[in-house]
Ligand binder design. Structure first.
Ligand SMILES: [Fe+2]
Ligand SMILES: [Fe+2]
Length: 195
């Protein structure tokens, strides 16, 4: 049976992938004649990505999972170095994207292309990152880690409470944000039809 921490990583990746794909679709379709809700929901998505995965998901991978895997399977070091670089770059990338979005919203269409290009690149960067973790790090962890490692990892990851996985009671603090994203964003994350 899969370990709890592995299951949580997969759940969080699935939630984040859905969010990123929706974001990509919205960028593809553009604001149409609903600019206000378009910018609202994109802003909420980027804030979410900045808030949850950047603060809770990646740090636990970097602090708890990667060092154990690196110790027990040094041959995978090169991949870990690449993933660590991604983690280090991720926060400034999402902040930059938030800035580019604001520039488009507040300064107008002359700033749209810059946001579009950065958003596409960011979505690809992130999906590739998670795929690399799922195809290389997690299988290697399953092979190498001890029962003691798993106990510690499971406890640490279980304290993550990502509302978008749908597995935990929602934190009221993020309830409004979550609702806004779900109500306005297109599938697969939301129920809306923002074009
Ligand atoms: Fe990661
Ligand atoms: Fe991850």
């Amino acid at each position: 049976m899969a370990h709890e921490s592995i299951r949580i990583i997969h759940d969080e990746h699935a939630a984040l992938s859905a969010m990123l794909r929706s974001l990509g679709m919205m960028v593809e379709r553009g604001p149409g004649d609903e600019a206000e809700s378009f910018f609202d929901v994109l802003r909420a998505m980027l804030f979410y990505i900045d808030e949850f995965p950047e603060r809770l998901h990646h740090p636990k991978e970097s602090d708890l999972l990667f060092p154990r895997v690196a110790r027990l399977a040094p041959e995978i070091m090169e991949t870990i170095v690449r993933l660590e670089k991604d983690h280090a770059a991720g926060e400034s990338a999402v902040r930059e994207l938030q800035h580019l979005l604001l520039a488009w919203e507040l300064l107008g269409d002359s700033r749209r292309a810059a946001f579009d290009a950065a958003a596409r690149e960011y979505v690809k960067f992130y999906l590739d990152h998670m795929q690399l973790e799922e195809t290389q790090i997690l299988p290697q962890a399953e092979k190498s880690l001890s029962a003691q490692d798993w106990t510690e990892l499971d406890a640490a990851f279980a304290s993550n409470r990502d509302p978008l996985t749908g597995k935990y009671p929602r934190d009221p603090l993020y309830d409004r944000l979550f609702t806004r994203i779900v109500m306005t964003a297109p599938e697969p994350i939301g129920l809306g039809s923002t074009r």
